[in-house]
Design a protein around this ligand. Structure first.
Ligand code: ATP
Ligand code: ATP
Ligand code: CA
Length: 220
């Protein structure tokens, strides 16, 4: 599929977040082992993943029996029970899984996860809150991705005043340090557009740059 290598994943904890991760990976064609201590959660996802296993993930032997040592990436999506989340992250890391992604509920929790070797820490509630807030606060922002505290990628609807102009005329990179990564028009994508490409009304621009500069562009 799409030339991209298919991988093996384990998703531990099938709350709303874990279920969504497992289902999405599975639909992309990847192998997914889904694990939860709650039989009902396991049954609900059984038909959509490669293997669904009912087990307490704090039990190392149960994880091994589920085949966890074969996966490329393990996602620890246990939420409220922080103790279980930390313990399971530690166990899967010790089992030798190269990439362990763990869900944190706050910064302190994230720090602990980093200390015990989580390769990537995600804060789904916080990040989604940030994205929704950005989207709501400025009517023409469709997507917002933080790259760092200072830089972001945003998707905006091209304002009427830029329609009909080329990127060279708009001169965004030279003037604002903002690059247009892509222009979406209907179902087509113009990737890495150049100085001669024209922006049309209704285009969606994918921009990368400093937050300050991106905000200025959205205001003016
Ligand atoms: P979400 O917000 O994603 O719905 P949550 O943050 O509310 O989830 P929980 O519901 O606490 O998180 O946990 C997610 C799932 O993890 C639950 O389905 C729960 O049964 C499962 N879980 C909790 N502890 C364990 C454990 N030790 N082993 C396996 N699964 C566990
Ligand atoms: P640069 O090094 O910034 O690409 P350049 O001297 O190579 O500039 P061109 O590529 O011809 O010149 O582009 C002229 C100007 O058009 C750039 O300085 C820039 O401001 C703007 N521009 C071209 N492509 C983009 C883009 N994808 N996003 C933002 N601005 C662009
Ligand atoms: Ca939650």
């Amino acid at each position: 599929k799409g030339g991209k290598a298919l991988k093996q994943f384990a998703v531990i904890g099938l709350g709303r977040f874990g279920t969504s991760v497992a289902r999405t990976l599975s639909r992309m064609g990847h192998q997914v082992i889904a694990i939860d201590s709650d039989e009902a959660k396991v049954e609900a996802l059984m038909d959509e993943v490669t293997t669904a296993v009912q087990a307490d993930a704090r039990d190392e032997e149960a994880l091994k029996a589920a085949g966890i040592r074969n996966v490329d990436v393990a996602i620890v999506a246990i939420g409220e029970n922080v103790e279980a989340n930390i313990l399971v992250t530690l166990i899967v890391k010790e089992l030798g899984i190269k990439c362990v992604v763990a869900k944190a509920i706050n910064d302190q929790h994230g720090k602990v996860l980093a200390k015990i070797g989580a390769d990537r820490i995600v804060y789904p509630e916080r990040d989604m809150g940030v994205r929704v807030a950005h989207t709501l606060a400025s009517g023409n922002v469709l997507e917002h991705i933080d790259l760092s505290p200072e830089y972001s990628i945003v998707e905006i609807v091209a304002p009427a005043r830029v329609a009909g102009k080329t990127l060279g005329q708009l001169n965004l990179r030279a003037q604002h340090g903002v690059s247009v990564m892509a222009i979406k028009r209907n179902d087509k994508i113009l990737a890495a557009p150049g100085a001669d490409d024209v922006v049309e009304e209704g285009d969606i621009l994918v921009l990368v740059g400093r937050n300050k500069a991106l905000e200025r562009l959205q205001e003016s």
